[in-house]
Design a protein around this ligand. Structure first.
Ligand SMILES: Cc1cc2nc3c(=O)[nH]c(=O)nc-3n(C[C@H](O)[C@H](O)[C@H](O)COP(=O)(O)OP(=O)(O)OC[C@H]3O[C@@H](n4cnc5c(N)ncnc54)[C@H](O)[C@@H]3O)c2cc1C
Length: 284
């Protein structure tokens, strides 16, 4: 068992791992997908780089720095977090890990596809969590918008409840192995339609699909997805933490862009340091 598992290898996650490791904890960092830092060509406002630094180099240096301190860093997409009897179980696309504490440093991601009707029908047929809302759709026809392992995890839950499950890739290619025999529709979506609740998906080519519910699971699971499943308190799409970066769940911390505020590297590293120190205090 690891002492601490950190999800995310951006400035927040790596700093958390460095502080926790140097305080004596056994730390695993799991990451998948692009950190916001990697999208940045030049950073001129972060301390200590007199000519600025490109984001890809800063990201790579951070990961190597953690590895040099013997933090275990693995490129694995996290699909879900569970807490049972004070142990956290982290499921990735490859395996399940357990730990005494978890730090969520997954950055901020826009959960919503840019499709007309999604916001309008939230809570009226649009859901972001199959485990939370799947039961409302027993014997109904549902769709999952997404194209990867995270979407497939939602499908696996829904297929035992719903009458039918269709994956809507919204014009994207399927990028991971998906459940055999599943209906997959790859057409770009124009809009979601219905009277007071979701009833139909209209595609760009004018065709349509009658549907009772739609679950959104685009790309990797985000901090908010984890929050919804675990009952972590959230405000305005950001995870709420106390001054020690702890969420409302004991042993579960969050830091960096996932907690909102100033969405900059200096704030992500500050919160990462705090989360790392707090998680070590917690496990000791
Ligand atoms: C174009 C651009 C320019 C910017 N310029 C600046 C600048 O000049 N100065 C500045 O200070 N800030 C800048 N920023 C902001 C800065 O990049 C962010 O504030 C910072 O990266 C936040 O760090 P973080 O660790 O919270 O999140 P991120 O750096 O986004 O890292 C998130 C990590 O979580 C991982 N992850 C997410 N979901 C999963 C999952 N399900 N499973 C496993 N891993 C997962 C990702 O792989 C990634 O490693 C810029 C951002 C952008 C987009």
């Amino acid at each position: 068992m690891y002492d601490i598992i950190v999800i995310g290898a951006g400035p927040a996650g790596i700093t958390a791992a460095i502080y926790a490791k140097r305080a004596g904890a056994n730390v695993l960092v799991l990451y998948n997908g692009e950190s916001n830092v990697e999208k940045t060509d030049k950073i001129e406002n972060y301390y200590g780089f007199k000519d600025g630094i490109d984001g890809q180099t800063l990201f790579k240096n951070g990961v190597e720095q953690a590895k040099n301190l013997e933090v275990v860093v693995r490129k694995e997409e996290v699909l879900g977090i569970e807490k049972i009897d004070n142990v956290f179980y982290i499921e990735t696309t490859l395996k399940k890990y357990d730990s005494k504490a978890v730090i969520i440093a997954t950055g901020n991601k826009n959960l919503k596809p840019d499709v007309k009707g999604i916001s309008e029908f939230e809570g009226k047929g649009i859901s972001y969590c199959a485990i939370c809302d799947g039961f409302f759709y027993r014997e109904k026809n549902v769709a999952v918008i997404g194209n990867g392992a995270f979407a497939n995890k939602e499908v696996e839950h829904l297929k035992n409840i719903a009458n039918s499950v269709t994956i809507l890739t919204n014009g994207n290619q399927i990028k991971d192995k998906i459940t055999e025999g599943l209906n997959v529709n790859s057409k770009p979506i124009k809009q979601i339609q219905g009277e007071n609740k979701v009833q139909r998906v209209e595609f760009e080519d004018g065709s349509g699909l009658d549907i009772d519910g739609i679950f959104i699971a685009i790309g990797e699971a985000s901090g908010l997805d984890f929050a919804k499943r675990l009952g972590i308190a959230v405000k305005n799409d950001f995870i709420i933490v106390d001054e020690n970066m702890q969420t409302n769940i004991s042993g579960l911390y969050a830091c960096g862009n996932v907690t909102g505020g100033l969405l900059q590297i200096c704030k992500a590293t500050y919160e990462g340091a705090k989360a790392g120190i707090s998680a070590v205090k917690f496990i000791k």
